[in-house]
Design a protein around this ligand. Structure first.
Ligand code: GLY
Length: 375
């Protein structure tokens, strides 16, 4: 373990050298991906309500706590303020309030005690709680899309938004937020997780009666397949619900998904978009690897013996594969990971995505022994 800790610390030093330059030349923007020259584009300008717009703030806070360089803090605070318009846009708010405000406002409040940030976090949590469907016991995922009514949809990704609710309950001493988070996590356990430990992406309920209707393939290869980023959200998300509730069944579910994920890691450690995608073309999703690695390291904190060793070893394998094969270390390119894929069905695959970089840094920081509470 000492050896891997040293390796992770060396990689973080390399990242620190690169990121300070990246942030200096990208002040005032919120990136999602890069242009062909490897320069970040401003996603906030394009889609101010985009679900990933909190990850840049998270990355800045992560870098701030690693380096104490004020520029990161200054940019993180500016990013958070830019998201305020979202809070007054009902159509722009959805279950990803956690990704947007847990990672920006709540983190700022944790680190600095800023009252405005607490307010933003609570507004976002109240809105998220308002998406709970009482009969189906799930948090509604997305908003309607044109004529498509999506009020009965719940998705695995939402597990990562639950910490906003757990935080709100701790902060206000009002158990409602936590009750909703637990109910959603239990529904996810019942309907999203298959007996083999794999997870579905989308489950659909009758929004009136709450009856379970069917599942959908979502961003993976197809119905019944195994979207790797979703498996990563499952490992990490159930571990987080365990952290906040100490309910052993959430820990067991996280272990079950982790075992499934580990059994499917290819020899080279590079993670496909879907564990059931065809061999040709072989499409990678580095973000799934980074999320799973960080989730496995989180899970390892709550396990012992062989379980702990296996989860840690798998995380190290994933991170080393990313660092050696799917990371752009050039100082004049803004991204780190090169081969993220948002969805199997989209036209483009294997490109930089900001949450991939965030989880890569987060996982390396954990491996290096840097404690940083953000979820
Ligand atoms: N909605 C989160 C994701 O694409 O993974």
């Amino acid at each position: 373990m000492q050896q891997t800790q040293t390796w992770a610390a060396e990689k973080l030093t390399q990242i620190e050298e690169k990121m300070i330059q990246v942030v200096r030349r990208n002040q005032g923007i919120i990136p999602y991906t890069t242009d062909e020259q490897g320069h970040f584009k401003d996603m906030f300008k394009e889609i101010p309500t985009w679900w990933t717009n909190g990850f840049w703030g998270a990355l800045l806070w992560q870098m701030y706590t690693l380096t104490n360089d004020d520029l990161y803090q200054q940019e993180a605070i500016a990013t958070e303020a830019k998201l305020d318009g979202n809070l007054m846009n009902a159509e722009g708010l959805d279950h990803d309030n956690g990704f947007k405000w847990e990672l920006t406002a709540v983190e700022n409040y944790r680190l600095t005690g800023a009252k405005d940030s607490r307010n933003r976090g609570l507004l976002a949590a109240n809105n998220l709680a308002g998406r709970f469907n009482l009969n189906g016991r799930f948090i509604r995922a997305w908003n309607d899309w044109g004529d498509l009514n999506r009020s009965g949809l719940a998705i695995v990704d939402c597990l990562m938004n639950l910490p906003l609710l757990y935080w709100a309950s701790e902060e206000t001493q009002d158990p409602r937020f936590k009750q909703i988070a637990v109910a959603h996590a239990q529904t996810a356990q019942e309907y999203l997780v298959r007996p083999d430990g794999s997870v579905k992406h989308i489950i659909v309920f009758d929004p009136e009666t709450g009856a379970y209707l069917h599942s959908e393939g979502g961003q993976g290869y197809g119905h019944g397949s195994s979207w790797t980023r979703g498996q990563g959200w499952g490992i990490y998300g159930f571990t987080l619900s365990y952290e906040y509730t100490k309910d052993e069944s959430f820990l067991n579910t996280a272990k079950q998904i982790a075992n499934y994920f580990i059994a499917n890691i290819p020899d080279d450690g590079l993670i496909p978009i879907d564990f059931r995608q065809p061999n040709e073309p072989w499409l990678e999703d580095s973000s799934a690897a980074a999320i799973a690695a960080s989730g496995l390291l989180e899970l390892a904190k709550y396990t012992t013996g062989r379980d702990q060793e296996i989860f840690q070893a798998a995380a190290v394998k994933l991170l080393k594969a990313l660092a050696d094969h799917s990371c752009d270390w050039q100082l004049d390119h803004d991204n780190l990971l090169t081969s993220c894929s948002a969805s199997y069905d989209e036209e483009n695959h294997e490109y930089p995505i900001i949450y991939g970089d965030y989880f890569f840094i987060e996982a390396l920081a954990k491996l290096a022994g840097h404690e940083f509470k953000i979820w």
